[in-house]
Design a protein around this ligand. Structure first.
Ligand code: 3NM
Length: 228
């Protein structure tokens, strides 16, 4: 019993917090313009990225384990939060900090099952795509919510715009990460609406200088809406 309690305390203590503001890079090899995910990840870490997510939809389990191990090690060394997309079993096996689930993933693996698999010491993130969905997700057992796609993005065939950002932030019980089509030109719009944390793929992965681009986003998030 005592051993259990000690372990319990340790696990709670070890859970990473999604701080705000956070800059969150979603990594998919297919959007890396031919560059390796690892080299992009290393540059993003050098630029000060807060969270890295491995989102690979077309890799074998063996390749996912190989890439995930390398990304996990990079993140651990640099105190970056490491999230695995879609797959709680893989997240646990890689000892990642957490798992990110889409709405459709929950049909395959309900949230209580996700929590059972990854335990209380890991983060669960959940995508939401409308204010109604956000409000429902807000009270669930998840540690952060993603809201988007805010701007048009090649990844989705719709975008929801900026109109509901303020309301999501007003009601949010947990950190919110805004995603979808974020770029250097429209970041200021998000900041003006009060958004603190953003998740991106292309505008960081496809930057000529990933470290500088990451550092630029970080500096803008640190200033917040004041100078936007
Ligand atoms: N999820 P980019 S939008 C992976 O709204 C993803 O849930 C979204 O890529 C959501 O920054 C998105 O290149 C794509 O637009 C983000």
């Amino acid at each position: 019993m005592r051993a259990f309690c000690l372990r319990y305390e340790m696990r709670v203590h070890n859970k990473k917090i999604i701080g705000e503001p956070s800059l969150y890079l979603v990594l998919s090899e297919e959007y890396g313009a031919g560059r390796s995910v690892m080299s992009i990840a290393e540059e993003a870490v050098a630029g000060g990225i807060d969270i890295l997510q491995m989102r690979e939809k077309h890799k074998s389990r063996e390749d996912l384990l190989r890439l995930g191990s390398a990304l996990g090690e990079l993140c651990r060394k640099n105190k970056v939060t490491f999230i695995v997309n879609d797959d709680p079993l893989l997240a646990a096996e890689l000892d990642a900090d957490g798992v990110h689930m889409g709405q459709k993933d929950l049909q395959r693996c309900p949230l209580d099952e996700v929590r059972r698999i990854i335990g209380i010491d890991r983060i669960i993130g959940l995508s939401t795509h409308s204010l109604e969905q956000f409000q429902r997700a807000n009270t669930l057992d998840v540690d952060y919510l993603a809201f988007g796609p805010i701007f048009p993005t090649q990844t989705k065939d719709y975008s929801i715009g900026t109109a509901d950002i303020r309301e999501t932030l007003r009601v949010a019980l947990k950190p919110v990460v805004f995603i979808g089509g974020v770029n250097t030109a429209n970041l200021g719009i998000l900041l003006k609406e009060g958004a603190a944390s953003m998740a991106l793929i292309r505008d960081i992965m496809q930057a000529d200088d990933v470290a500088s681009r990451t550092a630029w986003y970080k500096s803008q998030l640190a200033k917040g809406g004041i100078n936007a």
